[in-house]
Design a protein. Structure first.
Length: 147
């Protein structure tokens, strides 16, 4: 089988097939400057690719009230002051990347609370002129104990 037929069968580009041949991902020999690909080896490589391509689990952005958020955070052992601006910012960062962003359950709580705030029409207050303002509690970050 040639590279064009193999690419059509595997639903990949011809360049990908050539790369697979070069690195030995499929059994192939080069004759007269063209790759001749073993069909059984190609079929095995296609099944490997099909096994590895799974969609990442999607998390739901279920509404989360402030009380529910505080209770869930306390259950995770987090007892710091909660700032709606931070939750809203975490949600905007998650929304802009369209990627699996939340590494911890607490980050996911922040994102869910931020989504709820965005649905309610929350707008963050303007930034203060103090460059040392803590984003969590709003106090001077050099002296607060949030970190």
């Amino acid at each position: 089988m040639n590279t064009t037929a193999a690419a059509a069968q595997a639903n990949v580009t011809v360049a990908t097939i050539r790369t697979w041949c070069r690195i030995g991902a499929v059994a192939a020999v080069k004759q007269a400057g063209r790759w001749i690909i073993d069909t059984a080896s190609l079929a095995r490589r296609i099944t490997i690719g099909a096994r590895r391509t799974r969609k990442a689990p999607t998390m739901t952005l279920a509404p989360l009230t402030r009380t529910d958020f505080e209770q869930a955070a306390a259950a995770l052992g987090i007892r710091s002051p909660f700032n709606d601006t931070r939750c809203h910012g975490e949600f905007l960062a998650y929304q802009s990347t369209n990627a699996p962003y939340a590494d911890t359950p607490y980050q996911w709580l922040l994102i869910r609370r931020g989504a709820t705030l965005a649905a309610e029409g929350f707008t963050p207050p303007p930034r203060r002129s103090n460059p040392y303002e803590c984003l969590t509690c709003g106090l001077d970050a050099r002296t607060c104990d949030c970190h």
